[in-house]
Ligand binder design. Structure first.
Ligand code: XUL
Length: 559
């Protein structure tokens, strides 16, 4: 077998430009984490005055954007911090990154010139102040484009037809509907734009000092790419806006080299001029890499600003429940994904309202309350939800005399509030019952094991609920708190580096298969599956929840 080891004394840097923060993870040539760093947008860059990294339109119209320049400044700040660490940035052989999916950046005409001639004595922020035709980037949380979604689906003859070609029905957050909205409502912004980047290709562009391609995985979050041919769909482009193809540029595989790091970073932070920048991708695709998700039957649950469920699929068979994307690590594979907008921010809201703003109290409440919560079921939407499509609002029901053995003859009634400990259990059980129900409806077979990642995956009480609801063992990444998206990006940096060295694609698993345990990538068993009786009781609870969910959808409709 060929030798795929990485050259000694080299390092691989992965970023994650997410909704609330910019993270960095550095791996050594044995794929061990040697450094991690985090910049929180709200607190480390307070002058942008973001809340959770975003601006929510106060009129409640669902518009949610982030300041593009905040991401620019965060990159300089992060590299400054890394350059102050023990790590010699000159030994970094390759860099890659993850970014929140769907968000878009609008480069003003003439900016490519500016980008290619950055002065290392000045900050990126100073030089790119005027590089964007709008300084507000729509992000994945935005849900103001329902009208545009309808038009794009109509152009294809229906939601399922669009999903079959582009991997997903039109979702409000997808970049196609977002671009269409900009074209319709701010035509001057559209006509002043020479390049539209995703957050991922935007960050890669900063690093190479030129416009980087959009990679196939993140590109499929736009409703604009044919997921089989991996080319732009002419029909979709035409439905969205005129002359769009030239503004989007090329698509490229995630493992391909975007370019060498720009002289700006060589001079300012002492990177090696041969350091490669591997195409960036979305945070969810890169988590597939970070969790080494390639065993059939493995399902990942990522508990972050958004909660996502994903797994590898061999055949793309898109349905209406959730997107399907090309895998970033194997051009033959796909991944299926379910996305919930009300993840950690909704959990925090309940913690703040009912658990003294403390995770310790939150966990105490979770442990103190029995599974099935005495029949109490809650729906907590702090932001408009994606799955199910329901508006902001909290709904609470009590199924009377529910023991978990039958639903026959039982009725439920709506209440205004539960006691505080029950609120905590209701949000946790509700989130995972909902995930289980939607994965079943998506046709995802029962998982053999779940790998949990993201902030809330350090919480054993939450993991126990997942194990009992899904009825399988729950694993976590070996190093608690490790961010799978920036870890995946660092691993993909190494993968892209090796593919370039070998002159062709090699499967990523060749980098670690024989030494997974010695790397920072292996997973450990955290919680054993729940007992069978409880799992089947949760099955009934889930059935009731779906009935109530359908009732809410009928009442409040699609947002
Ligand atoms: C995926 C999605 C979110 C963001 C979060 O479709 O919208 O998970 O990627 O960063």
């Amino acid at each position: 077998m060929a030798d795929f080891s990485l050259p000694r004394d080299t390092y691989y840097l992965g970023f994650d430009s997410s909704t609330q923060s910019l993270k960095a993870t550095v791996l050594d040539s044995n794929l061990k984490i040697v450094l991690s760093e985090l910049i929180r947008f709200d607190s480390d860059l307070p002058r942008y005055k973001t809340e959770d990294g975003v601006y929510r339109d106060p009129s409640g119209n669902g518009r949610i954007v982030s300041p593009t320049l905040m991401w620019v400044e965060a990159l300089d700040l992060m590299l400054h911090r890394l350059s102050q660490s023990e790590l010699d940035l000159g030994k970094i052989a390759a860099v890659s990154g993850s970014a929140q999916q769907h968000g878009s950046v609008y480069w003003k005409i003439g900016s490519s010139q500016r980008l290619s001639s950055l002065d290392p004595k000045k900050s990126l922020l100073d030089q790119l102040q005027n590089a964007f035709s709008t300084k507000k980037s729509p992000v994945w949380m935005d849900c103001s484009t329902t009208e545009e979604c309808r038009k794009i689906e109509e152009a294809f003859g229906g939601a399922i037809e669009l999903a079959q070609l582009t991997g997903s029905r039109a979702y409000e957050r997808c970049t196609g509907p977002q671009i269409m909205k900009i074209y319709n409502t701010q035509p001057e912004v559209y006509s002043n734009t020479e390049r539209i980047s995703l957050v991922s290709s935007f960050m890669a562009s900063l690093l190479i000092g030129a416009y980087a391609a959009i990679d196939h995985s993140d590109g499929s979050g736009m409703n604009l790419m044919d997921i089989r041919t991996k080319e732009w769909s002419k029909l979709a482009l035409e439905a969205v806006a005129p002359n769009l193809e030239s503004k989007l540029g090329e698509l490229a595989p995630a493992f391909a080299v975007a370019g060498n790091i720009a002289p700006y970073f060589v001079e300012r932070y002492h990177f090696n001029k041969n350091c490669l920048v591997i195409n960036w991708s979305g945070d969810n695709p890169n988590s597939v890499a970070g969790l080494t998700l390639n065993v059939p039957g493995d399902v990942a649950i990522s508990l972050g600003t958004s909660d996502t469920v994903f797994m590898i699929a061999k055949d793309p068979n898109p349905r209406l429940e959730g997107p399907i994307l090309p895998s970033p690590v194997d051009p033959e594979d796909y991944m299926v994904m379910l996305v919930y907008k009300n993840g950690s921010l909704a959990r925090e809201e309940i913690r703040n309202r009912f658990a003294e703003k403390s995770w310790v109290t939150f966990n105490k409440f979770l442990q103190r309350t029995p599974p099935l919560n005495g029949g109490k079921l809650g729906f907590y939407y702090k932001d408009h939800e994606i799955l199910p499509p329901l508006p902001v609002g909290f709904h609470r029901y009590v199924i009377e005399n529910f023991t978990g053995d039958t639903l026959d003859g039982l009725t439920e009634h709506e209440v205004q509030e539960f006691d505080a400990p029950s609120e905590v259990r209701a949000i946790i059980e509700g989130q995972f019952l909902s995930m289980k129900a939607h994965t079943e409806r998506f046709g995802i077979p029962s998982p053999q094991r779940i790998i949990a990642t993201g902030g809330a995956s350090v919480n054993d009480s939450i993991l126990s609920s997942i194990a009992s609801i899904f009825g399988c063992d729950v694993y976590t990444v070996e190093r608690p708190g490790t961010d799978s998206a920036s870890l995946g990006a660092a691993l993909r940096a190494a993968h892209g580096f090796v593919c370039r060295e070998k002159g062709s694609f090699i499967p990523i698993s060749n980098l670690y298969t024989h030494k997974l345990k010695e790397t920072s990538l292996s997973c450990k068993l955290s919680v054993k599956a729940g007992d069978e009786k409880l799992v089947s009781q949760y099955g009934l609870f889930m059935k009731k929840r779906i009935e109530l969910e359908n009732r809410l959808i009928n009442k409040f409709g699609r947002v």
